[in-house]
Design a protein. Structure first.
Length: 514
């Protein structure tokens, strides 16, 4: 990791101050000293053996697909003429910062700011925890269920049709993973960028209370998602329906030697018609991790009142109203076409947080009973309380594609019937999603919690003092139910069945300070 920045304040005049900064970062891609990492699957490189003799796909399936097959795919490792890192990171990552503060009067000011933040690749790619080592691991996936019938048994989990595949290192070269699922990192990694803007009006009120009203906006781009490259056109699935689950002889069965077609597909005698309609039927699922392209929009109005600690009292109360949208695929049709749409985020729109502390004004050194007897002071003096409260308005409920409500579901907000479950119909099988992911008038249970602490110090002598502390979590012992079930086929549809918070807990401690 390399980084450099410059940052400074510039006082333009008595009322205006500018804050300017620029940060540069560069992060190399992760590499392995023994070059065991993979680069990617090159889906533009033809498979030599399939160019001279293409697999014999049944004519009716090929006609149904309606376009030529791509008999391509070559696995690339790091090193050996390829870059040594598992992905490439851009070298010109610049993050400007601009801010201003303008004094409107002795007790009021306005502030504005802009800053760019870049998501480090090590956070986005998780390369330290899940680096891809095809050919160097000893993992063989059990054969999948075929037409509802398991292809493996506990007594023989890896039958001859799906034998254990020993680690082969780099020896298979371009043929690595041919005939099975594969995943890799986007090679020209483009880190996620968040451009953030804020505009604040601040006012000093009587009683040492500070008010702050802020508008905050975040524009995110290049946010990563996992792109699927080996999908079946959903329009064919919705037309042909269950017929695509029928099996046919596998055109890849023993088609090449194991060193050129090492995947499980080579040993399956039969496959489904659906699998032969995929973009690259010679492979399983193909996933390019951390593909850049998603976006985010976050707007928030934030209000805060804070009293700095004085005369034994401190408090902070904050409210946040937000609206967030992320780009995503509305259904499998748009995912196949790579048509990204804006979808509302399901997080709560309203959030309240409050915290504070108060030194009770009794006993030695306090406002009242300062000269009281030592016994009275030991009982009543020196106590302090603190508290923490949070509240949110509940997550918006999301429904699966198979559920179609008649209009907007009516909210009832009872644990046994959170919304009107009578206004829903089940979509027929093989029907694309048309219903919204969520509804603005239908959210789950509100979530709130109140914690408090009561503490006191006893001065034992000049060197030692004893602290007694009593802490209460969920002091009100409030019950917060979980979100109701939104699966139309579940017996608990529309009901909350569990508790997401903990019951009231007390904790008592005694500490010696010296």
């Amino acid at each position: 990791f390399f980084a450099a920045f410059v940052h400074d304040d510039f006082k333009i005049n008595r009322n205006l101050t500018l804050n300017l900064g620029l940060r540069w970062e560069y992060e190399t891609g992760v590499y392995d000293a023994e070059d065991r990492f993979s680069r990617a699957l090159d889906l533009t490189s033809p498979i030599p053996e399939f160019q001279s003799k293409a697999p014999a796909i049944p004519a009716d399936i090929a006609a149904l697909r309606g376009q030529p097959y791509s008999w391509t795919g070559a696995w690339n490792f790091t090193g050996g003429g390829n870059p040594r890192s598992s992905f490439d990171f851009p070298k010109k990552v610049l993050m400007p910062r601009v801010g201003l503060a303008y004094r409107l009067g002795d007790r009021m000011s306005i502030r504005a700011g802009y800053a760019r933040y870049v998501i480090p690749a090590v956070f986005a790619t998780d390369t330290l925890g899940s680096g891809s080592y095809p050919g160097f691991n000893a993992i063989t996936t059990v054969a999948p269920v075929l037409q509802g019938v398991p292809q493996a048994r506990l007594s023989d989990p890896f039958p001859a049709s799906n034998p254990l595949i020993p680690p082969v290192g780099r020896t298979l070269g371009r043929y690595t993973n041919l005939g099975q699922a594969s995943a890799w990192q986007q090679q020209d990694f483009s880190p996620g960028v968040n451009d953030r803007f804020n505009l604040s009006l601040q006012r000093q009120m009587p009683g040492l209370i500070h008010l702050d009203l802020t508008y905050f906006f975040n524009f995110g781009r290049n946010l990563p998602y996992n792109r699927q490259f080996n999908l079946v056109d959903p329009n064919i699935v919705y037309t042909q329906k269950a017929a695509l689950d029928q099996t046919v002889p596998n055109p890849f069965f023993q088609i090449l030697p194991a060193d050129k077609f090492p995947g499980q597909l080579r040993n399956q005698a039969r496959v489904t018609r659906r699998s032969l309609l995929s973009t690259y039927p010679q492979y399983g699922a193909l996933t390019q991790n951390n593909t850049s392209g998603f976006k985010n929009r976050y707007h928030a109005i934030q209000m805060k009142a804070q009293r700095n600690f004085n005369n034994g009292l401190f408090f902070l109360v904050a409210y946040n109203f937000n609206r967030e949208q992320n780009s995503y695929f509305f259904n499998d049709i748009t995912e196949f076409a790579q048509q990204i749409e804006w979808l509302d985020q399901s997080f709560p729109r309203h959030r309240v947080s409050a915290a504070g502390s108060y030194e009770l004004p009794f006993g030695k050194g306090r406002k009242w009973l300062a000269g009281t007897h030592a016994v009275t002071n030991a009982v009543l003096g020196g106590w302090a309380a603190s508290w923490l409260l949070f509240y949110n308005s509940g997550n918006y409920l999301r429904f699966p594609a198979q559920v179609t409500p008649n209009g907007t579901p009516a909210a009832i907000r009872e644990r046994g019937r959170w919304f009107d479950t009578t206004g829903f119909d089940r979509q027929p099988a093989f029907t694309p999603r048309t219903n919204p992911w969520q509804y603005n008038d239908l959210a789950g249970p509100r979530n709130w919690n109140f914690d408090a602490t009561l503490s006191k110090f006893f001065q034992l002598n000049d060197r030692f003092k004893l602290e007694l502390r009593m802490e209460a979590y969920n002091l009100t012992n409030s019950f917060v139910p979980n979100d109701p079930a939104t699966n139309f086929t579940a017996a608990t549809f529309g009901r909350t069945t569990n508790q997401i918070n903990r019951g009231r807990e007390f904790q008592y401690t005694a500490r010696i300070h010296f």
